[in-house]
Design a protein around this ligand. Structure first.
Ligand SMILES: [Zn+2]
Length: 82
């Protein structure tokens, strides 16, 4: 379960680990992408994006967390880390 949103994170479809964490998956200087990453095998779920500006608030980030978790739970479009 995600500590911040209280949403359930389903077990990893690759390794069955229950230790999914919402991480910042952004790269190239953009840190406004969140995705669920599996602690067991490093698989990363689909990303959720939020607007990264001085106007963005916690609520917006939390919405993106929920979106990332829901995408992970729907089990589509996974990327496996090399
Ligand atoms: Zn896994």
């Amino acid at each position: 379960m995600d500590k911040i949103t209280g949403k359930e994170i389903f077990p990893c479809p690759f390794c069955g680990s229950n230790n999914g964490n919402v991480v910042n998956s952004g790269h190239l200087g953009s840190d406004n992408h969140l995705a669920v990453e599996c602690d067991g095998c490093g698989a990363i779920g689909p990303e959720a994006e939020y607007t990264d500006s001085c106007f963005s608030d916690d609520e917006e980030v939390e919405e993106a967390r929920v979106e990332a978790i829901e995408k992970w739970n729907s089990r589509c479009d996974f990327k496996k880390k090399v």
